[in-house]
Design a protein around this ligand. Structure first.
Ligand SMILES: *[C@@H]1O[C@H](CO)[C@@H](O)[C@H](O)[C@H]1NC(C)=O
Ligand SMILES: *[C@@H]1O[C@H](CO)[C@@H](O)[C@H](O)[C@H]1NC(C)=O
Ligand SMILES: *[C@@H]1O[C@H](CO)[C@@H](O)[C@H](O)[C@H]1NC(C)=O
Ligand SMILES: *[C@@H]1O[C@H](CO)[C@@H](O)[C@H](O)[C@H]1NC(C)=O
Ligand SMILES: *[C@@H]1O[C@H](CO)[C@@H](O)[C@H](O)[C@H]1NC(C)=O
Length: 419
C-alpha cells in the first residue's frame, strides 16, 4: 500500500515536469523569457558566439531553431548561445548593467505559445508584483503552467502574472508596468516571480508618443540601417515582432520593448547625448463604432489606465463622459440630442468628432481626437428636403468609420495671478 502511494506521487511529479520539459521541446512550443540587466555566466556551455547580431529576435530565433540551445545573452551587436540555462542556481546569473546593460533569454516549453506571434513570450522580474492588480488567482503545479494559463486566458487580456514560489499560486492581472498610471504600484514582494506577457493582444495603431530629450537607451532590441525618416522608424516600431515602446532615429533606427518604467531597475540605462531624442509610446487606443438606428456607441479600449474625459469636440460641456481608472469605456450619443450636436452631413450620414482628454481641466498635447461617421442606406425612404431625418429601427447601417484627427489646438494663458 505504502509503495503504491509513493509510486503514484512520483508519477504525478514526473508528468508535470515532462509537460514543460525544455530539453525535449517541439520547436513550435518553444518560447523565451527575458531577464533585463543580467547575463548568464557559464563559459563551458557556450555553443556559439555571433558578433554583429543587431536584433534580439534574430538571436532568439537562432536559439529556438537549434534543439541544443537553451539560452542566450544579448546586447546590441552580440549574441551568445548556450546549451544550458539558469535553473534554480541563480548564482550563475550575474548583474550586467554598466556600461551597457545585457539581456538574458531562456527557452521555455509552453504549448499555448504556438498561438503567440511575438519573438519572445515573457519578461521576468524577480521579487515584484502589481499592488491591487489581482484579476484571477489559482493553484498550479509550476511557474510554466502559470505562463501557459496567462496565454490561454480569454475572459480578460492577461498582461502579466506572478508566481508565488512558496504557495504555488498563480496570480493573473490585466495590468502590466506599461499600463499603470502610478509606477509605485509595481512593488517588491518576497518569493514571487513577476512575468510580463508579450503575447497579449493590444491596440497598436492609434498611439501617442512622447519625446524624451537628450537621452538614448544604451541597449536596444533591434537596430535598422537604411531607414529614411523618423516616420519610417515609428512605423517599424508599430510593426515590430515585439511590443515596441521606444524608438530613436539618429541616422539609424533603433527599437526597444523597454520604456522609462521598465528600465527603472537598471543602473544608468540611458546614454545622455545633447540634442538627441527618444520617442516613448504612451497610450494607444482602439475605437470601434457601433451605428444604431437612433444613436451611435463609440467603444474605446486602451493599454494604459485612463483618467480624464471624453467629449464631443464642439460640445465639451454638454456631451461628456468622465472616466476614472478604466481601460475600456463607451460613449453613447443620440443623433438627435442637441447637447451632442451630431451633424448630418447628408441624409443618412452622421458625423462627430470625439476628443480624449487626459486631465480634467487642462488640455495637453497627448490628447487625441477621433472622427466618427455613421452612414445609412436611405434609397427606399422618402426624405423630404429640409426636414430633419428621423432614423428608425428598420434602416441597415451601411458603414461605420473612425479615424484619428488632430485634437483641438492647445492654448493656455495665465490671466491673473493671485497675490
Ligand atoms: C546547434 O548549434 C551548434 C553550434 O552552432 C551546432 O554544432 C549544432 O550542429 C546545432 N544543432 C542543430 C540541431 O542544428
Ligand atoms: C479592438 O476592439 C474590437 C472590439 O472591441 C476587437 O474586436 C479588436 O480585436 C480590438 N483590436 C485590438 C487590436 O485590440
Ligand atoms: C547642448 O546644445 C545646446 C545647443 O546646441 C547648447 O546651447 C548647450 O550648451 C549644450 N549643452 C551641453 C550640456 O552640452
Ligand atoms: C430597396 O428596396 C428594394 C425592393 O424592395 C430592395 O430590393 C433593395 O435591396 C432595397 N435597398 C436597400 C438598400 O435596402
Ligand atoms: C493648430 O495649429 C497648427 C499649427 O500651429 C495649424 O496649422 C492648425 O491649422 C491649427 N488647427 C486649428 C484647428 O486651429
Amino acid at each position: 500500500m505504502w509503495s503504491r502511494a509513493v509510486f503514484v506521487l512520483v508519477h504525478v511529479v514526473l508528468g508535470v515536469v515532462a509537460q514543460y520539459d525544455v530539453t525535449n521541446c517541439p520547436v513550435e512550443d518553444a518560447t523565451f523569457e527575458l531577464v533585463t540587466g543580467w547575463m548568464y555566466s557559464s563559459p563551458q556551455d557556450i555553443l556559439e558566439t555571433r558578433a554583429g547580431t543587431l536584433q534580439l529576435a534574430e538571436c532568439i530565433e537562432a536559439c529556438k531553431s537549434n534543439q541544443s540551445c537553451l539560452a542566450v545573452n544579448f546586447e546590441t551587436g552580440l549574441c551568445v548561445l548556450f546549451k544550458s540555462q539558469v535553473k534554480d542556481r541563480t548564482d550563475t546569473l550575474i548583474k550586467s548593467q554598466f556600461p551597457v546593460f545585457t539581456m538574458y533569454a531562456q527557452k521555455q516549453c509552453i504549448p499555448s505559445a504556438r498561438s503567440c506571434t511575438r519573438a519572445w513570450g515573457f519578461e521576468l522580474v524577480r521579487g515584484y508584483y502589481i499592488r491591487n492588480g489581482v484579476k484571477k488567482q489559482m493553484q498550479l503545479p509550476s511557474r510554466m503552467a502559470c505562463m501557459d494559463a496567462c496565454i490561454q486566458e480569454r475572459t480578460f487580456p492577461c498582461r502579466s502574472a506572478w508566481w508565488d514560489v512558496v504557495k504555488s499560486e498563480c496570480v493573473m492581472s490585466d495590468l502590466d508596468r506599461y499600463s499603470l498610471d502610478n509606477a509605485g504600484r509595481f512593488a517588491p514582494l518576497a518569493n514571487v516571480e513577476y512575468m510580463e506577457s508579450q503575447c497579449v493582444d493590444e491596440p497598436s495603431k492609434m498611439c501617442e508618443f512622447k519625446r524624451i530629450e537628450n537621452k538614448l537607451l544604451k541597449t536596444v532590441d533591434s537596430l535598422h540601417e537604411g531607414v529614411a525618416s523618423v516616420e519610417e522608424c515609428r512605423q517599424l516600431c508599430s510593426d515590430a515582432p515585439f511590443r515596441c515602446h521606444t524608438f530613436d532615429f539618429e541616422g539609424v533606427c533603433r527599437l526597444s520593448h523597454h520604456s522609462t518604467v521598465t528600465v527603472s531597475q537598471v543602473e544608468e540605462p540611458y546614454l545622455v547625448m545633447n540634442g538627441s531624442v527618444s520617442y516613448e509610446r504612451g497610450s494607444c487606443y482602439n475605437v470601434t463604432l457601433d451605428c444604431q438606428a437612433n444613436h451611435l456607441i463609440a467603444r474605446l479600449s486602451t493599454n494604459k489606465i485612463f483618467n480624464g474625459k471624453v467629449y464631443a469636440r464642439h460640445r465639451p460641456n454638454s456631451c461628456v463622459l468622465d472616466v476614472k481608472q478604466a481601460m475600456t469605456f463607451e460613449m453613447v450619443m443620440d443623433y438627435s440630442d442637441p447637447g451632442c450636436g451630431i451633424k448630418q452631413e447628408e441624409p443618412g450620414r452622421f458625423a462627430t468628432d470625439l476628443v480624449l482628454q487626459h486631465h480634467d481641466q487642462i488640455m495637453t498635447s497627448a490628447d487625441m481626437g477621433f472622427a466618427l461617421r455613421c452612414s445609412f442606406h436611405l434609397e427606399n425612404r422618402s426624405v423630404a428636403h429640409g426636414i430633419e431625418l428621423q432614423v428608425t429601427g428598420q434602416i441597415q447601417s451601411m458603414a461605420s468609420e473612425s479615424a484619428v484627427v488632430p485634437s483641438p489646438n492647445v492654448s493656455m494663458r495665465i490671466t491673473d495671478r493671485v497675490s
